[in-house]
Design a protein around this ligand. Structure first.
Ligand code: GTP
Ligand code: MG
Length: 242
């Protein structure tokens, strides 16, 4: 069994090489414990600070680490897609470059894949302290976004925006191939496509262990996300898988 870990990255030079080493250490430990093979794919989302080179430098001493990407900044959704479509694993995991949910969640999620599980996604709401570390404004905006998803779009899971998610490899590559949302709303499109494929999605409680300063522009990004939601709904209704 092979695990693909996908990391979207935009101007993360301060942490990127350390993240590559930390992740490699965690994956190497899982390889020794469970015999799981792995690859770690960083997707450089048009960074201008050289973080791609920083990861390439670190990767010289770490087997299975590589960088994909493009020169223009497209958004987190586009970056995750780039990495997932380059992946070859039986399970595909994506998480943020700051490893906000730690690395233990990877093994924990992979161990949940049984006969009847196609996706294991993190939720910050299952254990109650989901918004610890967020500013008041960010909290209000997050709750409003979630309310829109639930009430207007019929979203039934407890957290759409958690940065940690995993899917069976084939499913991940099929749904990301259809995902057109370039910005932060891509998670909703991915989950909608997974549901359309009748994927059995399991939620897993996660906590933020590592919250660095947010790079999200609350107003700009939430306006874009709302606009994207309308498009996603229209598009997902029409999608067929063959
Ligand atoms: N902000 C931002 N992040 C990007 C972009 N493209 C890729 N990313 C990566 O997406 C991940 C999440 O970015 P964050 O800025 O931490 O966003 P977030 O985790 O949703 O929000 P916070 O909870 O405020 O940290 C990181 O690994 C980023 O490097 C982009 O265009 N903008
Ligand atoms: Mg973050």
């Amino acid at each position: 069994m092979k695990i693909s870990v996908c990391i979207p990255m935009y101007n993360e030079v301060k942490i990127a090489a350390a993240t590559a080493r930390t992740l490699w250490g965690a994956m190497d430990a899982l390889r020794r414990e469970h015999g799981w093979d792995f690859e770690i794919i960083f997707a450089d989302d048009g960074s201008s600070d050289g973080c791609g080179d920083a990861v390439r430098g670190a990767a010289a001493e770490l087997d299975g680490v590589r960088v994909v990407g493009y020169a223009d900044n497209r958004g987190k959704g586009a970056a995750v897609r780039e990495a997932v479509l380059a992946s070859t694993g039986d399970v595909v995991v994506y998480t943020d470059c700051d490893l906000a949910y730690g690395t233990d969640v990877i093994g924990e999620a992979v161990l949940r894949y049984g006969e009847d599980v196609d996706a294991v996604i993190g939720s910050r709401r299952l254990n109650g302290e989901g918004y610890a570390g967020y500013t008041f404004v960010r909290r209000v905006v997050s709750k409003a976004y979630y309310a829109v998803l639930r009430v207007l779009l019929g979203f039934r899971l407890s957290d759409s925006q958690c940065g940690f998610k995993s899917f069976r490899g084939e499913l991940a590559r099929q749904i990301f191939a259809r995902c057109e949302t370039k910005g932060f709303a891509f998670d909703f499109e991915i989950l909608s496509l997974a549901e359309k494929k009748k994927a059995r999605i399991e939620e897993m409680a996660v906590t933020i262990v590592n919250h660095r300063e947010s790079k999200v522009h609350v107003l700009r990004d939430s306006v874009r996300m709302l606009r994207d939601l309308v498009r996603i709904r229209r598009r997902v209704r029409r999608v067929t898988f063959d």
